[in-house]
Design a protein around this ligand. Sequence first.
Ligand code: ZN
Length: 194
Amino acid sequence: MKPTNPYEPPKANLVQDNSLGVKQCANGVVFVPTGADLPPRCVYCNQPAVQPMKERLFFYTPNWIPITFLAGAGLIFAFEKFLFFYVYLVICCIFATIFQKSRQVQVGLCDMHQRKKSNIFRISVLLAILSWMMIFVSSYMNFFPFASLFMLSMLVCSFIASRSRQVSIKSIKIDKEGCYLKGFDKRFLNGLSS
Ligand SMILES: [Zn+2]
């Protein structure tokens, strides 16, 4: 038998609260300081979050990047230097990667909302596979209008499946002090200090 250590920390489902300094700014924006996470509550309904909470990666691209890129693209088209466009696209991607900031934050979901999300994911994957099979069946039977219809439903279902894994929260700014997130439910916001 393994000797028990009386100083060992308990292994039970301890709710990790690493939300010191998390506060609500104006317009439903929530500030999460560097090193902190959101409180262990569901971001939709404010019920206790399922532990452990999920790590989610947030990206932020400064506003001047898309504006500069669009202006550059405009110039290329104005001067009809279309060949340069592909080189330009690559340069844009490199620049965006350099200036884009990312931050990992643990985001809480309650049991119900987590299950709801994974159900939407499963159903949309299933429907995407079904539509994919129907594309073959209808092409085989020469029902081409149906084939394109199923192609469309496959794309829609795949899109929903990819979205269903995410939360509706977006980062609007990331700096050294922390990140600013938006998209929380009122019930969650009401439980935060401002
Ligand atoms: Zn919930």
